[in-house]
Design a protein around this ligand. Structure first.
Ligand SMILES: CC(C)(COP(=O)(O)OP(=O)(O)OC[C@H]1O[C@@H](n2cnc3c(N)ncnc32)[C@H](O)[C@@H]1OP(=O)(O)O)[C@@H](O)C(=O)NCCC(=O)NCCS
Length: 156
């Protein structure tokens, strides 16, 4: 049986129950519903969901700060991981940002999360530093990653 159609679209309030379920399963310190609601009303924030058929199976977003996209969150529901959806989602965030004239992107990722780091590296991000004990839950370091030359990359 072929996989239902995958679509990436802007996140809406009605998506929050599905988003919160995925968040609980993928983030050791899950964001609250209130945090997501506040992000949805932030005009500098741009959030998207990945739909597989009618089901929301992932989400991600970024803040547009001057010429930078600060990627705040990226998550794919566990049963849908490893199928290229995370990559598709991050590519979508970068394309959306470049269409707004943004030229670089940055994010923080847990030092232990080599899977996400590999994904970002494949998309051109480079590790450029550590924020020591950045994550309050485990006191784990964050790897800071940057992607420069976004407009040129996307155009190519
Ligand atoms: C990180 C995450 C978003 C990746 O999404 P995904 O849909 O599973 O990833 P993809 O299938 O698109 O794979 C993208 C890349 O990740 C890497 N990857 C995927 N599965 C992997 C695995 N089991 N081990 C190591 N790397 C892996 C590969 O480099 C892959 O690139 P390739 O397709 O060129 O080989 C997803 O695993 C997730 O939601 N994890 C929990 C939340 C999280 O860690 N978010 C990131 C916070 S910064």
């Amino acid at each position: 049986m072929s996989r239902p159609r995958v679509r990436i679209r802007a996140m809406e309030e009605d998506d929050l129950p599905a988003v919160l379920k995925i968040e609980e399963k993928t983030n050791p310190s899950p964001w609250s519903e209130r945090s997501f609601r506040s992000e949805l009303s932030n005009r500098d924030a741009h959030y998207f969901v990945v739909e597989c058929g009618a089901e929301v199976v992932g989400f991600g977003g970024y803040w547009a700060i001057l010429d930078e996209a600060h990627i705040t969150t990226v998550a794919i529901a566990p049963p849908f991981q490893g199928q290229g959806l995370g990559r598709k989602l991050v590519e979508h965030l970068l394309t959306d940002a470049s269409q707004r004239g943004i030229t670089c992107a940055t994010l923080e990722v847990r030092a232990s999360n080599t899977r996400a780091q590999t994904l970002y590296e494949r998309l051109g991000f480079v590790a450029s530093g550590l924020r020591k004990r950045y994550y309050a839950d485990t006191r784990e370091d964050a790897v800071v990653m940057w992607l420069h030359g976004l407009r040129a990359e996307r155009a190519g």
